[in-house]
Write a protein that binds this ligand. Sequence first.
Ligand SMILES: [Zn+2]
Ligand SMILES: [Zn+2]
Ligand SMILES: [Zn+2]
Length: 499
Amino acid sequence: MYAKLDDRKTCAFRDAREQETEIYESTQTNTYKSATANTLIKLKRRAPITDSTSPVIGTENTIRKRLEEAERSQSTTLTRSNLKKYIPTPAQLQEYGYVVDIPNTLGGSEPSAVGQMKDCSRCNQKYIVEDGDLLKDDCKFHDGKAITTKVDGRRSRIMSCCSTQMGSSGCCTGPHVFLEKDAESLNKRAGFIRTPLRSDSLDVVALDCEMSFTTSGMSLTRLTVVNSDAEVILDELIKPHSKIIDANTRFSGVTIKQIEESAVFDLVGIRSVLFEIGVGSDTIIVGHGLENDLNALRIVHSNILDTAILYPHPAGLPFRNSLRNLAADVLKKFIQDAAPSSGTVVATHSSLEDASTTLDFLFESCYYSPELLSSDKVALVKNLIVENDPSLDTLLETLPRFNHLNSITLSPTLATLIFEDPALDSTMALQKACPSLRQVTFAGDQVFKIVNQPSGIEFFKTKISDCNDVNLCSSCDCSPNRYQPKLMLRKRRTLRVAY
Ligand SMILES: [Zn+2]
Ligand SMILES: [Zn+2]
Ligand SMILES: [Zn+2]
């Protein structure tokens, strides 16, 4: 067996003895003989060994462990190559509010808004931005969100902070604040730059920022970056150039005092550090609602994986799933846990937790890769996403091997073919090929449910976009403030495949 190895004698002697020990330790006197015979048969069946890198050198246990290890690292390593296919197109990025080009205003030409008239982002009143007193409290606002609840069977919109009706006068007071979102204005406060090309850039990082209200809008006050093993590689407080009006401490966990005492870098400084630690234009940056973070950093970057885009809200934009809800539903991980604070309940927020959580989603979604279509593991797959347009026959051929398939997502072409067929032949065929199938989604917004009835197969259509009032819709239950796990396609046990 080892004839082609340079040190064949030593290797053969060592492995033979180790193999014997393995058998001896795993058997009793009465099973030793048959175990040895079995092992001998396996040894004879091994693939020929051509050189010392062959995967079939060693004892049976060594080889098994080596295979398991290879499989694990294949399926769970986040690399550029196995994540590239999930990167959104520039058009998608733009739709989600990403800045995809350096804006054509003069970068940093108007760093501060002091003296300018602005609309307060909390109370909507117009006010003049001042450099002065932090203790000002002429703004009355709610620091919670409007949520829909049922009171005596009737739906009503109340504020999460104080449970009063939406539109009631604010329960908190503080200074007026403003924020700018359009690329041109942001660029005037501080200029955007592109991530530089680096030859030794990291494959994947996850990133989360905290922002504070300043006299130039929202400014970066903390940056946390983790590598693909979720180890912190950068976590710094950042000193904004303009005066901090409100550090947003309840949500960011960052206080003005902390920034004043321990922030070393300013925006330009922290960006250089970010690039120095290996973030380049090729690096895939992972995050949730990452456009806010990148805008705070004033970085134009296109290799993005945003869990808000990967897991779109069933009602479509402008609604987005919160990271907290997504993590609970998809990962069964409970983050930003509600902590009681001054009588009200708020979601606390840690940039480290957020950043590493977004990575967890990717481990989930890249676990089942297209190569697995030909392996036995498809039996575990619950959701199948068909990314291209195979013929119905090709699809039907592979389906019987998916023993636990619940849902399948098809291209519009294939779905139309199946569901516009008045004879229901294709539906029956689909059902027959995969009896566990319960839901067929098509084009991302239309859900078909396949129901087994005694009278035969029926299917129902719900089209989410048919709802006029997205806020209060009883037909499809798509209120943006109530989260619909049933319409969410779970990435867990999900296989994306192009036939
Ligand atoms: Zn309130
Ligand atoms: Zn205000
Ligand atoms: Zn965050």
